[in-house]
Design a protein around this ligand. Structure first.
Ligand SMILES: [Zn+2]
Length: 182
Protein backbone atom coordinates (compact mmCIF):
# COMPACT_ATOMS: atom_id res chain seq x y z
CA UNK A 1 0.00 0.00 0.00
CA UNK A 2 1.22 3.46 -0.83
CA UNK A 3 1.67 6.12 1.81
CA UNK A 4 0.39 8.80 -0.56
CA UNK A 5 -2.27 10.66 1.43
CA UNK A 6 -4.35 11.40 -1.69
CA UNK A 7 -6.63 8.76 -3.08
CA UNK A 8 -5.59 7.30 -6.42
CA UNK A 9 -8.90 8.34 -7.93
CA UNK A 10 -7.62 11.90 -8.12
CA UNK A 11 -4.74 10.75 -10.31
CA UNK A 12 -6.87 9.44 -13.10
CA UNK A 13 -9.82 11.78 -13.02
CA UNK A 14 -12.20 8.84 -13.36
CA UNK A 15 -14.94 7.61 -11.11
CA UNK A 16 -13.65 4.23 -10.06
CA UNK A 17 -16.24 1.64 -10.90
CA UNK A 18 -15.56 -1.90 -9.81
CA UNK A 19 -14.94 -3.99 -12.92
CA UNK A 20 -16.29 -7.11 -11.16
CA UNK A 21 -19.64 -5.90 -9.92
CA UNK A 22 -20.13 -2.58 -11.72
CA UNK A 23 -20.61 -0.66 -8.50
CA UNK A 24 -19.09 2.83 -8.22
CA UNK A 25 -16.57 2.79 -5.39
CA UNK A 26 -17.29 5.85 -3.23
CA UNK A 27 -15.10 4.73 -0.35
CA UNK A 28 -11.36 5.21 -0.05
CA UNK A 29 -9.36 3.07 2.31
CA UNK A 30 -5.60 3.27 2.74
CA UNK A 31 -5.50 5.60 -0.25
CA UNK A 32 -7.20 3.13 -2.59
CA UNK A 33 -10.79 3.01 -3.79
CA UNK A 34 -12.68 0.32 -1.95
CA UNK A 35 -15.54 -1.73 -3.39
CA UNK A 36 -17.76 -2.45 -0.43
CA UNK A 37 -19.78 -4.98 -2.47
CA UNK A 38 -16.79 -7.18 -3.37
CA UNK A 39 -14.84 -6.26 -0.24
CA UNK A 40 -11.79 -5.49 -2.38
CA UNK A 41 -9.43 -2.62 -3.01
CA UNK A 42 -9.58 -1.36 -6.57
CA UNK A 43 -6.65 -0.37 -8.71
CA UNK A 44 -6.62 1.29 -12.12
CA UNK A 45 -5.56 -0.93 -14.99
CA UNK A 46 -4.37 1.36 -17.79
CA UNK A 47 -4.25 -1.55 -20.23
CA UNK A 48 -7.98 -2.12 -19.89
CA UNK A 49 -8.96 1.38 -18.78
CA UNK A 50 -10.94 0.10 -15.83
CA UNK A 51 -10.71 -0.45 -12.09
CA UNK A 52 -10.13 -3.94 -10.89
CA UNK A 53 -8.57 -5.78 -7.99
CA UNK A 54 -4.82 -6.04 -7.53
CA UNK A 55 -5.10 -9.80 -8.05
CA UNK A 56 -7.03 -9.40 -11.32
CA UNK A 57 -4.57 -6.87 -12.67
CA UNK A 58 -1.68 -9.15 -11.81
CA UNK A 59 -3.46 -12.09 -13.45
CA UNK A 60 -4.13 -10.05 -16.62
CA UNK A 61 -0.50 -9.01 -16.87
CA UNK A 62 0.75 -12.53 -16.39
CA UNK A 63 -1.72 -13.92 -18.93
CA UNK A 64 -0.75 -11.26 -21.47
CA UNK A 65 2.93 -12.15 -21.01
CA UNK A 66 2.24 -15.84 -21.54
CA UNK A 67 0.14 -15.15 -24.64
CA UNK A 68 2.92 -12.99 -26.09
CA UNK A 69 5.43 -15.81 -25.58
CA UNK A 70 3.12 -18.33 -27.27
CA UNK A 71 2.57 -16.04 -30.27
CA UNK A 72 6.28 -15.30 -30.53
CA UNK A 73 7.11 -19.01 -30.40
CA UNK A 74 4.66 -19.74 -33.24
CA UNK A 75 6.35 -17.07 -35.39
CA UNK A 76 9.85 -18.37 -34.57
CA UNK A 77 8.82 -21.92 -35.45
CA UNK A 78 7.11 -20.92 -38.70
CA UNK A 79 10.27 -19.13 -39.86
CA UNK A 80 12.44 -22.03 -38.73
CA UNK A 81 10.48 -24.57 -40.79
CA UNK A 82 11.59 -22.76 -43.93
CA UNK A 83 15.11 -22.10 -42.61
CA UNK A 84 15.95 -25.72 -41.81
CA UNK A 85 14.21 -27.31 -44.80
CA UNK A 86 17.30 -27.56 -47.02
CA UNK A 87 19.45 -28.65 -44.09
CA UNK A 88 17.51 -31.80 -43.23
CA UNK A 89 19.07 -35.12 -44.22
CA UNK A 90 17.00 -37.27 -46.58
CA UNK A 91 13.98 -38.89 -44.92
CA UNK A 92 14.22 -36.68 -41.83
CA UNK A 93 11.29 -34.41 -41.05
CA UNK A 94 10.76 -31.09 -39.31
CA UNK A 95 7.21 -30.45 -38.15
CA UNK A 96 5.80 -27.37 -36.44
CA UNK A 97 3.79 -28.39 -33.38
CA UNK A 98 1.91 -27.05 -30.42
CA UNK A 99 1.74 -30.12 -28.22
CA UNK A 100 -0.41 -28.63 -25.50
CA UNK A 101 -3.07 -26.00 -26.05
CA UNK A 102 -1.79 -22.86 -24.35
CA UNK A 103 1.85 -23.95 -24.48
CA UNK A 104 4.65 -22.59 -26.63
CA UNK A 105 5.21 -23.99 -30.12
CA UNK A 106 8.12 -26.27 -30.98
CA UNK A 107 9.79 -27.55 -34.13
CA UNK A 108 9.86 -31.33 -33.93
CA UNK A 109 12.70 -33.20 -35.63
CA UNK A 110 11.82 -36.74 -36.61
CA UNK A 111 14.43 -39.25 -37.76
CA UNK A 112 13.63 -41.53 -40.71
CA UNK A 113 10.66 -43.81 -40.16
CA UNK A 114 11.71 -47.21 -38.85
CA UNK A 115 15.03 -46.05 -37.44
CA UNK A 116 14.08 -45.26 -33.86
CA UNK A 117 11.06 -44.14 -31.85
CA UNK A 118 12.55 -40.83 -30.80
CA UNK A 119 12.04 -37.17 -31.51
CA UNK A 120 13.90 -33.94 -30.81
CA UNK A 121 12.08 -30.75 -29.94
CA UNK A 122 13.60 -27.43 -30.97
CA UNK A 123 12.28 -24.89 -28.47
CA UNK A 124 12.35 -21.29 -29.77
CA UNK A 125 13.80 -18.35 -27.83
CA UNK A 126 11.39 -17.00 -25.23
CA UNK A 127 12.99 -13.60 -24.68
CA UNK A 128 15.63 -11.22 -25.92
CA UNK A 129 19.09 -12.71 -25.78
CA UNK A 130 17.78 -16.24 -25.43
CA UNK A 131 18.58 -18.93 -27.93
CA UNK A 132 17.01 -22.14 -29.13
CA UNK A 133 16.95 -25.12 -26.76
CA UNK A 134 16.83 -28.78 -27.73
CA UNK A 135 15.14 -31.64 -25.92
CA UNK A 136 15.42 -35.25 -26.98
CA UNK A 137 12.64 -37.69 -26.24
CA UNK A 138 13.41 -41.36 -26.74
CA UNK A 139 10.14 -43.24 -26.33
CA UNK A 140 11.78 -46.65 -26.53
CA UNK A 141 14.16 -45.95 -23.68
CA UNK A 142 11.70 -43.67 -21.84
CA UNK A 143 14.31 -40.96 -21.80
CA UNK A 144 13.69 -37.25 -22.07
CA UNK A 145 16.65 -34.92 -21.72
CA UNK A 146 17.79 -31.45 -22.79
CA UNK A 147 21.08 -30.96 -24.61
CA UNK A 148 23.79 -29.50 -22.40
CA UNK A 149 26.99 -27.68 -23.19
CA UNK A 150 29.87 -30.13 -23.02
CA UNK A 151 30.92 -30.39 -19.38
CA UNK A 152 28.58 -27.58 -18.39
CA UNK A 153 25.65 -27.44 -16.04
CA UNK A 154 23.62 -25.15 -18.28
CA UNK A 155 21.31 -26.24 -21.05
CA UNK A 156 22.87 -25.55 -24.43
CA UNK A 157 21.46 -22.52 -26.18
CA UNK A 158 21.78 -22.17 -29.94
CA UNK A 159 21.91 -18.91 -31.84
CA UNK A 160 19.78 -20.14 -34.72
CA UNK A 161 17.29 -22.86 -35.53
CA UNK A 162 19.81 -24.34 -37.97
CA UNK A 163 22.43 -24.74 -35.24
CA UNK A 164 19.81 -26.29 -32.97
CA UNK A 165 18.82 -28.62 -35.81
CA UNK A 166 22.41 -29.82 -36.32
CA UNK A 167 22.74 -30.55 -32.59
CA UNK A 168 19.38 -32.33 -32.55
CA UNK A 169 20.33 -34.53 -35.52
CA UNK A 170 23.66 -35.41 -33.89
CA UNK A 171 21.91 -36.32 -30.62
CA UNK A 172 19.29 -38.43 -32.40
CA UNK A 173 21.97 -40.24 -34.40
CA UNK A 174 23.66 -41.18 -31.12
CA UNK A 175 20.32 -42.54 -29.91
CA UNK A 176 19.93 -44.50 -33.16
CA UNK A 177 23.42 -46.00 -32.90
CA UNK A 178 23.01 -46.88 -29.22
CA UNK A 179 19.71 -48.59 -30.03
CA UNK A 180 21.56 -50.89 -32.40
CA UNK A 181 20.04 -49.51 -35.60
CA UNK A 182 22.12 -48.35 -38.50
ZN1 LIG B 1 -17.08 -4.81 -6.75
Amino acid sequence: MTSDPKPNTALCGMTPMCQRCGTPADTVRNCHPWCSVCGQYLVHDPEYGDWTTFADREYRRRTAGIQQRITASAEHVAQAVAAVHDRLPADWHAVACQHIDGATHTLDIQPPAGSIDAIAYLIPPTGRGDGWLVRVHNRTRHLDFPLYHAGGARAASFGSASEALDAAIEALRIEIVSAGYR
